[in-house]
Write a protein that binds this ligand. Structure first.
Ligand SMILES: CC(C)(COP(=O)(O)OP(=O)(O)OC[C@H]1O[C@@H](n2cnc3c(N)ncnc32)[C@H](O)[C@@H]1OP(=O)(O)O)[C@@H](O)C(=O)NCCC(=O)NCCS
Length: 151
C-alpha cells in the first residue's frame, strides 16, 4: 500500500519497499514495545493504523493512518482513528496523542479535526519530497484539555 503513488504522495518516506524489506520491518516490529500496527479489516484488509513512538514515561504516542485508495471515502479512516484513540487512551493510558501531516493533505487534516485533533504547530520545510521541501502540521489531542483549545 505504501508503494502505491496515490498513497505514497502523502507519506514522509518515498522509498520503494520490497517484499524482503517488508519482512525485515515486520520481524523488527514484533520485538518493538513502542510501536504497534493495526490492520483494518472489513472481510478484506482495507488499511492500517500505527501507534508509534510510545513513551511510557511521558504518556504520549504518535498515530498514523493509511486506507487503500479503493476503500477511501467510505468511513474506514474515521472508524480506524476513533478505535486507535480509544486504544491509546484505555490500553496505554496516553495523555497526549499527536500526529503529523503535510499541510496540503487537506483530507487527512479535515478528518483529524473531526476526530478531535487540534493544530499545534507548523514545521516549516520539514520533509524533502518530490523535489521540494514541504511543510508539516503537528496536531494533538490532550486528554481533558482538547475541548478548550483553539484550533
Ligand atoms: C486520510 C485517510 C486515512 C482518510 O481515510 P478515509 O477512509 O478516506 O476517510 P473517511 O472516509 O473516514 O473520511 C473521513 C473524512 O475525511 C474528509 N474527506 C473525505 N474525503 C474527502 C475529500 N475528497 N476532500 C476533503 N475531505 C475529505 C471528510 O472530513 C471525511 O469526513 P466526513 O465524511 O464526515 O465529512 C485516507 O484518505 C488515506 O489513507 N490517505 C492517504 C494516506 C494519508 O494521507 N495518510 C495520512 C498521512 S498523515
Amino acid at each position: 500500500m505504501r508503494n502505491n503513488p496515490r498513497v505514497n504522495k502523502y507519506l514522509f518516506t518515498d522509498i520503494y519497499i520490497s517484499k524482503e524489506d517488508q519482512k525485515k520491518w515486520y520481524r523488527k516490529l514484533l520485538r518493538d514495545k513502542k510501536h504497534f500496527v493495526f490492520i483494518a479489516f472489513d472481510d478484506v484488509p482495507v488499511g492500517y493504523g500505527q501507534v508509534k513512538n510510545i513513551d511510557y514515561i511521558t504518556h504520549s504516542c504518535e498515530l498514523g493512518f493509511c486506507i487503500a485508495p479503493e476503500y477511501q471515502g467510505k468511513g474506514y479512516g474515521t472508524m480506524l482513528i476513533k478505535e486507535l484513540i480509544e486504544y491509546a487512551v484505555k490500553e496505554l493510558d496516553v495523555h497526549r496523542l499527536y500526529l503529523e501531516a503535510f499541510t496540503d493533505n487537506e483530507k487527512a487534516i479535515k478528518l483529524y479535526k473531526k476526530c478531535g485533533f487540534k493544530k499545534e504547530k507548523i514545521l516549516h520545510e520539514r520533509i524533502f519530497k518530490d523535489g521540494s521541501f514541504k511543510d508539516v502540521v503537528v496536531m494533538s489531542i490532550i486528554r481533558g484539555k482538547t475541548e478548550n483549545r483553539a484550533d
